[in-house]
Design a protein around this ligand. Structure first.
Ligand code: PMP
Length: 441
């Protein structure tokens, strides 16, 4: 039989170099908030596989629903007919929508595909071409989604040219203006809305602009919630100019932020909403949700995909939605969120920590950096140790916990399972505080 070490070595040789990894090990088993590795380590997972397994790994009801569906119908091709779990899922999602106008559903596999679908829908329905994205955004890795991704050059380096017709406005994150973390949201909001107005006057005419796309809590770009007044301002500009607002809830959706969807904090109505990740708790499934008035403009046959809305993934998503309701997940998110902020709060006095922020269980700690942006950045701290976020995350890993960084800045992000126990949350926070203590002396 092959040893764990020899299998890892095989993987290192034969799995594409294009994929980076946190740990050189095989993930053998997942159960709740824990992952067991092939070398025997049991790891507390505060990543949820990048905000996917929101109900923990292998939630028994979700896995059972998928197993049952496997014996009934695996592949019910959406261009051949409806299948039961597809329609049942829509029934479950309708009452969860952040606005009752969102009543037309199209399921796909990945978040990136949902973004591709949203771009096509926005272009075709509006008859306009350009899409405005925001600085720091992450929308995926396929060519259209990649063109909208502005969080790290490595995602696109060497892969250009990307989809044309994309314009970038700043996101209300203090870094984008070299302002301190204490900058009032109202100031960031007016800076960003002004820049957007300028973009519409100087670069992309409103009559050429199909949509503005954004994450209500920017994910890979730093885990920053957009201020509600900024989102309301976007909605006003969109209404004034006939531009569609695409809200990407792929990472922030499904209770992660303490509401069904993060956009609810602002009360803003999305024209198109994209979802994935937490939708099916680990099964590949994404969705493009809009109002019928918009999707009725699509020609039959213009959308589709071999595996789009797979029956097993949809059955898992139905069980996931039921568990959200039956297992009081929202209450747990809000109770654990308060505790998480409570554990992190004392770190604010540490001069190496710039900011602690987030909503629900989508929370970030940002460290100072000696090299950040440019020598002109007033936040640059030449005395801060280098690469604090990844060093702290690595130390947490050595102590038995997976924690991810974001793609830009010195940020670690907490995304424990939404049903994480009080004890496991405390355990993870203790590990983190210890790691910070050891790395930032
Ligand atoms: N949008 C957002 C906000 C995301 O966080 C991600 C994935 N991190 C995507 C889109 C792309 O999803 P996928 O990786 O499933 O293609």
């Amino acid at each position: 039989s092959q040893t764990h070490a020899s299998l890892v070595e095989f993987g290192q040789r034969h799995v594409t170099k294009g994929i980076g990894r946190q740990v050189e090990a095989i993930i053998e088993k997942g159960e709740g908030s824990y992952l067991t590795l092939g070398d025997g380590r049991k790891m507390l997972d505060f990543t949820c596989g990048i905000a996917v397994t929101n109900l923990g790994h292998c939630h028994p009801k979700v896995s059972a629903a998928a197993a049952e569906q496997c014996m009934k119908l695996v592949h019910g091709q959406c261009s051949i007919g409806f299948h039961g779990p597809y329609l049942e899922l829509i029934q479950r999602l309708l009452p969860m929508m952040p606005h009752p106008s969102l009543d037309s559903f199209y399921f796909w596999n990945s978040g990136s595909e949902a973004i591709e679908g949203a771009i096509k829908m926005a272009r075709s329905v509006s008859g306009r071409q350009n899409i405005i994205t925001l600085q720091g955004a992450y929308h995926g890795r396929t060519y259209g989604a990649l063109a909208l991704t502005k969080s790290k050059t490595v995602y696109a380096e060497g892969f250009h040219p990307l989809m044309p017709g994309v314009f970038t406005a700043p996101f209300p994150y203090w870094h984008h203006f070299s302002l301190p973390p204490t900058t009032p949201a109202s100031e960031l909001t007016s800076l960003c809305l002004n820049q957007l107005e300028l973009l519409l006057q100087q670069q992309s005419a409103p009559k050429d602009t199909a949509a503005i796309i954004l994450e209500p809590v920017i994910g890979e770009g730093g885990y920053v919630p957009a201020p509600p007044e900024y989102l309301k301002g976007l909605r006003e500009i969109c209404d004034r100019e006939g531009i569609l607002l695409i809200v990407d809830e792929v990472q922030s959706g499904f209770l992660r932020t303490g509401k069904n969807f993060a956009i609810e904090y602002s009360g803003v109505r999305p024209d198109i909403m994209t979802v994935a990740k937490g939708l099916a708790n680990g099964f590949p499934l994404s969705g493009i949700i809009t109002r019928r008035e918009i999707s009725d403009g699509l020609r039959p046959g213009s959308m589709g995909g071999t595996y789009a809305g797979n029956a097993v993934a949809c059955a898992a998503a139905v069980a996931t939605a039921d568990a959200f309701k039956n297992e009081n997940i929202l209450e747990n998110v809000n109770a654990r969120s308060k505790e998480l902020f409570g554990y992190l709060e004392p770190l604010r006095s540490n001069p190496a920590i710039l900011d602690i922020r987030g909503l629900g269980l989508m929370v970030a700690v940002e460290f100072a950096s000696p090299t950040r942006t440019s020598v002109h950045d007033p936040l640059r701290n030449p005395h801060a140790p280098a690469k604090l976020a990844s060093r702290v995350a690595k130390r947490c890993q050595e102590k038995g916990m997976f924690l991810l960084t974001t793609s830009a800045y010195e940020v670690v992000r907490f995304m424990p399972a939404l049903n994480v126990s009080k004890e496991d949350l405390k355990k993870g926070c203790d590990i983190f505080v210890e790691a910070v203590d050891e790395i930032v002396r």
